[in-house]
Design a protein around this ligand. Structure first.
Ligand code: SF4
Ligand code: FES
Length: 292
């Protein structure tokens, strides 16, 4: 009797570590295959990891994704090759050879605990903000120095005072000017990296200059389907400003926000702390009129 032999290999390659790639890897690994999961980004998760909610059910994206990420991360038969790209493939279905280029991370993934210390002290990130191309060299006007020093004088203590200080500075200038942050670092001896980390973490703080009034058009799912894009356009036309920018007279900034928790009154617009529900395009001028 002739024994039929097979040269197929019990290993598979999955390309792309998004939610589809992760689920495929888990299914294959559970079926007994050794899985090599290749992802060009630094982490598995894909685009879904950047989403808040998913259409049309409005489910939390992370609730769908996180269990698969954890299962993939722990599965002994799934070898994760992140920050990697395929160079070449040779062979045939069932038995092929793939060359993979792994990009340098400059970090040993076996030793990294994800503590985040390196982010706090990242020179590249801080230089990007403090020395942005086109920005004038950081120099502080006397009037700003007086205001910042007055705020600093009202706080005493350790590094925990940084949040209330930044809150007051942000309220005073409507953003966190780099020269003010340098002054805070100088007076409090808190490292500028730490200050920037706090400043960029909280949504309440802004590292870019904002107008006196900040208009936020909600583009969450409920508001989107009720016409938020048209309202956004109407504000943009009326103010002659792009989304994310500030008007020339520094009176208004126009932004979007993902759900402000008033979906029952969609479409919703906020101006500073004021909330406007059931907004339509004809109301845009009236809303703006209250702040000019
Ligand atoms: S500082 Fe922390 S997060 Fe950064 S590489 Fe080292 S262990 Fe990883
Ligand atoms: S989606 Fe706009 S308030 Fe919830």
């Amino acid at each position: 009797m002739i024994q039929k032999t097979s040269d197929k290999v019990g290993a598979v390659l999955v390309v792309g570590g998004g939610v589809g790639g992760m689920q495929a890897s888990l299914d294959l690994a559970e079926s007994g295959y050794k899985v090599y999961l290749v992802e060009k980004g630094p982490s598995i998760g894909g685009v879904m990891a950047q989403l808040d909610k998913t259409f049309p059910t409005n489910d939390c994206a992370m609730c769908t994704l996180a269990p698969r990420m954890v299962d993939c991360g722990r599965h002994l038969d799934i070898e994760k090759l992140t920050y990697s790209e395929i160079d070449s493939i040779e062979g045939e279905a069932g038995n092929f050879r793939v060359s993979i280029r792994k990009k340098a991370r400059s970090v040993d993934p076996e030793k990294c605990t994800g503590c985040g210390e390196c982010t706090e002290h990242c020179l590249v990130r801080n230089i990007v903000y403090m020395d942005r191309p086109g920005r004038e060299p950081v120099q502080m006007e006397e009037s700003m120095k007086v205001k910042v020093d007055t705020i600093l004088d009202s706080y005493k203590g350790g590094p925990e005072i940084i949040v209330p200080i930044l809150h007051d500075v942000n309220e005073e200038f409507n953003w966190l000017p780099p020269e003010a942050l340098l002054r805070i670092a100088e007076v409090t001896s808190i490292p500028i990296e730490h200050i920037l980390r706090i400043g960029s973490f909280y949504n309440a703080f802004s590292l870019t200059e904002k107008g006196k009034h900040v208009i936020r058009v909600c583009t969450g799912t409920a508001c989107y389907v009720k016409g938020a894009p048209r309202i956004l356009d109407a504000f943009s036309r009326e103010l002659n400003v792009e989304i994310g920018d500030m008007t020339e007279d520094k009176q208004f900034s126009l932004e979007t926000v993902n759900c402000v928790g008033c979906c029952g009154q969609s479409p919703v617009v906020t101006v500073d702390d004021d909330i406007y529900g059931y907004v339509n395009q004809t109301m845009v001028q009236d809303v703006l009129g209250k702040y000019t």
